[in-house]
Ligand binder design. Structure first.
Ligand code: TYM
Length: 380
């Protein structure tokens, strides 16, 4: 909507620079031919054109994806979703719930459908605005699977085998090392480049995938000519959020999450289970806020975290007090989103409409990219 604000010209910056249009009417122009009709001395000057107010300059495009793992946890929000919300104002933002990716681990159709809708509702509740960004489900724009195949043909297997997430997944689900797990980063690259997005808001755990996306883009561009921009990752100020165990990255598959839209009691239970500074054994022992995960999380839920840290350092407060306070702040912070989430979950038709419109809105971009790529690769 911002692109059309306050102008009837709807011209792009390029339109204004087209030779012969605006400059012809610019007083004092020294371009050849500029004074042909009006010799300066004989005519009154033409009224200058109004300044090109707010020409519709295309906003850079960003893309990000999130797995439909049910409702989001605090790592998703602090590491990525906050940025999705913030950046939708400045960029042309496209956000995707990646159900094809989820199939590499989830093989229960009802669960996949339910979790996809839950994640969509959660993202809307947390502030994604369908008027300002596009939210859609990955499988609703199936062109991405064709592009993933095409990108796979420029991707050496060795790049995929050395991807840290692939190695991790092989350990986590040894009985289900499917081909999709290996090809996962190729599909992720296809997600991004199908829309020629140049900026990708993600948590730090996705850095290796983003680097691989860049390498795949380079491999493609070298072989078939400059086609895709190399996508850049952007992080928040909390690029890695540790789980309640205080050791591993917060992740649904590890089971160490704080689910931000869960009931207040559930949030209290999850926060109270958090591991704090393991060297603080007695209540009177001084704490070390810089290594305590609870203290670190306080940074994002109040401006008084320095005082809270001081209380820990001097043993004025105990870990239990600090955790209770954190739980209440998280509950309060997400209260409006929780409320909105409940409403949206009760109106699945409304959420489905947003998702269907999202997929439809980006259809022309996906089709244009595919036409270009098929042509360049010799398929048409
Ligand atoms: P996913 O679903 O695991 O996570 C979604 C987003 O949340 C971030 N995140 C975290 N950030 C900080 N600390 C944490 N503990 C934490 N846990 C999760 C993730 O970095 C991510 O930004 N492969 C991706 C989904 C994907 C994608 C894409 C992302 C598919 N295609 C294209 C970007 C672009 C994933 O599984 O994210």
């Amino acid at each position: 909507a911002g692109a059309e604000r306050g102008t009837t010209h709807r011209a792009t910056a390029d339109t204004w620079n087209m030779p012969g249009m605006v400059p012809e009417r610019t007083p004092g122009s020294s371009r050849p031919g500029a004074g042909r009709l009006h010799s300066g001395t004989m005519t009154i000057e033409l009224a200058p054109l109004p300044a090109p107010v707010e020409t519709a300059r295309p906003r850079p495009r960003i893309f990000s994806g999130i797995q439909p793992s049910g409702a989001p946890h605090i790592g998703n929000d602090l590491g990525a979703i906050r940025n999705y919300v913030r950046l939708q104002a400045e960029y042309e933002a496209i956000y995707c719930i990646v159900d094809y990716h989820a199939l590499t681990s989830v093989h229960d159709p009802d669960r996949l459908r339910r979790q996809t809708r839950e994640m969509a509702s959660a993202l809307l509740a947390l502030g994604l605005d369908p008027e300002r960004c596009t939210l859609f489900v990955q499988s609703h724009r199936p062109e991405v699977t064709e592009l993933a195949w095409l990108l796979a043909t420029v991707t050496p297997v060795s790049w995929l085998e050395r991807t840290p997430t692939y190695k991790e997944k092989k350990l986590n689900q040894p009985e289900d090392i499917n081909h999709g797990l290996l090809a996962y980063p190729v599909l992720q690259a296809a997600d991004i480049v199908l829309y020629k997005a140049s900026v990708v808001p993600v948590g730090k755990d996705q850095a290796a995938h983003l680097e691989l996306s860049r390498e795949i883009v380079r491999a493609f561009n070298v072989r078939y000519g400059e086609t895709f921009p190399e996508p850049k990752a952007v992080f928040t100020s909390a690029p890695v959020v540790l789980g309640t165990d205080g050791v591993k990255k917060m992740s649904k598959s590890v089971g160490n999450t704080i689910e931000i839209l869960a009931s207040p009691d559930e949030i209290r239970r999850q926060v109270m289970s958090m591991v704090t500074d393991t060297q603080r054994i007695l209540r009177t022992d001084p704490g070390r806020p810089e290594v305590c995960n609870v203290c670190q999380l306080h940074r994002f839920f109040g401006t008084d975290y320095e005082q809270i840290w001081e209380g820990e350092r001097t043993a004025r407060t105990g870990c239990v007090d600090t955790k209770r306070l954190l739980a209440e702040r998280i509950i309060e912070h997400y209260a409006p989103a929780r409320e909105r989430y409940r409403e949206l979950i009760a109106q699945p038709g409304q959420v489905d409409r947003v998702l269907a419109q999202g997929a439809e809105r980006i259809r022309p971009i996906a089709e244009a990219t595919m036409t270009e790529v098929r042509e360049k690769m010799g398929l048409r």
